[in-house]
Every structure is written in C-alpha cells, then in structure tokens.
Design a protein around this ligand. Sequence first.
Ligand code: ADP
Ligand code: AMP
Length: 214
Amino acid sequence: MKIVMLGAPGAGKGTQAKMIAAKYSIPHISTGDIFRANIKNGTELGKKAKEYMDQGLLVPDELTVDLVIDRLSRDDCGRGYILDGFPRTIPQAEALDAALTKRGEKLDYAVNVDVPDASIVARMSGRRACTGCGATYHIEHNPSKKGEFCEVCGEPLVLRDDDKPETVQKRLTVYHDQTQPLIEYYSGQKILKTVDGTQDMNDVFAAITGILEA
Ligand code: ADP
Ligand code: AMP
C-alpha cells in the first residue's frame, strides 16, 4: 500500500500517518522529520534546509526529491509506505510518479486531511514536538502523560520554531500557492480521498482506515 498524505501544515498528517504506519506495518516517511534530524545532527543538508524552514518556506526541490526517491528504494518499502509532507509541489509529485513508473509501480491513495485555515493557527500553537524522537503532542487535544517530556523517550517537548504564529501564516500562504494544487493533480489520477480533519483524531483515523479497507 503506497499512500501520500496531503493537507495544510498542522492538519494532522503526521498524527494520522504514524497511526496508519503502525496499523499496516509500513514505514512512515516524513520529509519534515528527515530535515529536522539533519538539523539536529548538524549536517550540510540540515544547515541548508534550516534557512528555508525557519522562514516558513519550502526547501528547494533539488534538495528534497532525490532524498525521498533514495529512501523509497530501501528494503523496508517493499510492502509500501506512507509519505507525509512529500510531495509538496507539482514538480515533486511528477518526479515521484516518474520514479514509480520506472519501477512499474504507482501510488494507491492520496489522502487529503481537510482543515480550514482558521483552525490551523490554534492547532499549531498547541503542538509540542519531542526534541529526541520527533513524536508530536498537543497541549489540549493530545497531551503527553509526562507533561513537558516525551512519553516515548523522555526528552523535553518544545514548540517548533516554525510553529510560531507569524511563521504559520507564511506556511499557510506557501501551502495554498504551492501544495494545494496537488489536490487537483491526484484528483485527476482518481486516487484522491478527502477526510474531514476537524473531527477528533480517532474519528479521522476511522475515516481513513474505512477508505483503505473499502
Ligand atoms: P501535520 O503533520 O499535518 O503538520 P500534526 O499531525 O503534527 O500535523 O498535527 C498538528 C497538531 O494538531 C498536533 O499538535 C496534533 O497533536 C494536533 N492534532 C492532530 N490531529 C488533530 C485532531 N483531529 N484534532 C485536534 N488536534 C489534532
Ligand atoms: P513538516 O514537518 O512536514 O511540517 O515540514 C516542516 C518544514 O520542512 C516545511 O515547512 C518545509 O520548510 C520543509 N519541508 C518538509 N517537507 C518538504 C518538502 N516535501 N518540500 C519542501 N520542503 C519541505
């Protein structure tokens, strides 16, 4: 099963992708997580990506596409995968399609988690991310049982630099300009499925598994 998650920043793509990956035993591949791991490890890629991420801009396609295509050729992707945060531009989607076609493969679903902009800013200001393992929480909707520390690895939780309200506004503008056109792109391929992302996260999950198991 090869799935792409679509939706605005903060729509709940990562939350759902982790649950889907666990249920179907497929890897969850998040470009945001890959960039943040590179930033934490001080790599050249991390230094370059941070310049864009801190401004709420997309990391250029040249730094992003090969990274993902390489990742998809690893053995753990044999039974499929769930892509979260990639593709984010039409050229990225075309590059992904070209790489899949070359291997005689194709995507099964593009799941669009639909949340209006008005709800996004509030959600993002409540998001807390683990500095150790990248797990995400929400101070109201999904708090950590260990307070300011991660339930999984015990490291401190922080508000991501790019989740500050002024950066979130910029990311939303970038989303509408560059990423939203993917909805039409995958609709044209007849693999688009839209779910209402304003529901409780377990109800969103039930809607997605209903689609995947239909
Ligand atoms: P994305 O990966 O799309 O940027 P996340 O999955 O990190 O978004 O979710 C953004 C924030 O909203 C997180 O703090 C998360 O815990 C919270 N969240 C996710 N899904 C829901 C939901 N259905 N209802 C309320 N809050 C949610
Ligand atoms: P995310 O964790 O998915 O919200 O991504 C955080 C940030 O990483 C984004 O705001 C972008 O700056 C960058 N990023 C993640 N995925 C991509 C991508 N596919 N293309 C370009 N930039 C990306």
